[in-house]
Design a protein around this ligand. Sequence first.
Ligand code: PLP
Length: 378
Amino acid sequence: MKSIYLDHSATTPIRKEVIEAMHPYFSDVFGNASNIHAVGQKARKNLEDARKKIAGIIGADFTEIYFTSGGTESDNLAIQGVTRAYKGGKGHLITSLVEHPAVLNTCRYLERKGIEVDYLPVDADGLVDPAAVQTALRPETLLVSIMLANNEVGTLQPIQEIGEITKAQGIPFHTDAVQAMGKIPVNVDDLNVDLLSVSAHKIYGPKGTGFLYVKQGTPFAPLFYGGHHERGYRPGTENVGAIIGLAKAMELADLERDNFFATMHRLRTILEAGIREKIKNVRFNGHTNKRLPNISNISFESVDGETLLYVLDSQNVAVSTGAACTSGSTGVSHVLTAMELSAELSGASLRFSLGRLNDEADIGYVLDVLPSVIDSLR
Ligand code: PLP
C-alpha cells in the first residue's frame, strides 16, 4: 500500500531535478573549489554561481551568503557569531519561547557563559508582540532572534515590524527562515533582517546543507578556525554538489512558490474541514491566517499523541507529534506550552505537514482512517 507522508516540516524528499543538478559534482566535477588548477576552478565557478543565484532569490549580495551544514549550524553561527564579535562587558540577547531548539539551546549555552537572554512569551496563536521586543531592548542588546515561521504550528511572526524596531536602534536582527523558505516570499530587505538561516532539506534539497545570510557590516565572528573558505567565517572544503542542490532547490521553490502555497492551502483546508466535521473535541493550534499553508497542528482531546502517531504509522500515514522536529523526541511541546495549552492537550497533539507530492486522495485516506482510530483510542 502507498505510504502517505505528511511530515514535510521534518524533511522533504529530494526533487528529481535537484538530484540531476547535483549528479555531476559527485563524479566529473569533483574538484576542490579552493584549488587554482582548472579542475578546482570549474568547481569554484559553479559554487560561486550557486551563491549568486541564492543571493538573488533573497535580495542579498552574493558576498553576504555563507554556506553551512544546514539550519542548526546557521542558527548557531548567527547567534554565537554575533555574540563572539562583541568585545564589551555583559551582553544581552532577545529571542522567543517558541524558537527551534537550534536557537533556544544556543541561547541557553550563552547564558551559561554570562550572556543575559530574554525569552519573549507568545499569545495563544503563537505570536510574538513587537512591542515586547521594543520593551526588552537594552543598550547592551547584541542581537534579536525571532523565527519567521514556527516549525510546530506554522505561525508567521511579524518579522517586518520587529525589524523596523531593531533597525531604528541599530541592533542586529536574525530570523530562522528554515520553514518559511519556499512557502512565503523571503526577501531580506523587505523583512528588515540582518541575518537569516535556511536549510536545503526542508525545500526538497539535500540534507546537511544550508546557508546563513549576514548583511554587510554586521558584527560577526566565526565559530571555528581553518582555511579561508567562506571568507574565513566558515572554514572547511565546500560540499559543492550539495550546494548546487541547495541552489537548484531554492530556484524551483521560488519559481513555484505561489502555486505551491495555493495547493497546500487548498489541501489543508480539506483536511481541517474534514476533521472538524468528523471528529469531536479537537483544537486547531496556531494562527488561523498568519500561518504556513502546509502545517496543521491539532489536539485530539483524551488521546495520547504518540500512540496516535504509532497507530497512524501502522496505517501507512507518517505524521509528527507536536514536539518532534528533533525526531524521536517525545513529551510536551515547548511551543504549545508557550501558547498556554495544558500538558494534557499538548500531549494530545499531532502535526500534519503537507508537501508537493500530496494530493486529495491522500487527504481523503487520512479522513477515512482517522475518525475510527481516534474513536478506538478514546
Ligand atoms: N530551524 C527550524 C525552524 C527547523 O524547523 C529546523 C528543522 O529541524 C532547523 C532549524 C534545523 O535545521 P537542520 O535540520 O538543517 O539542522
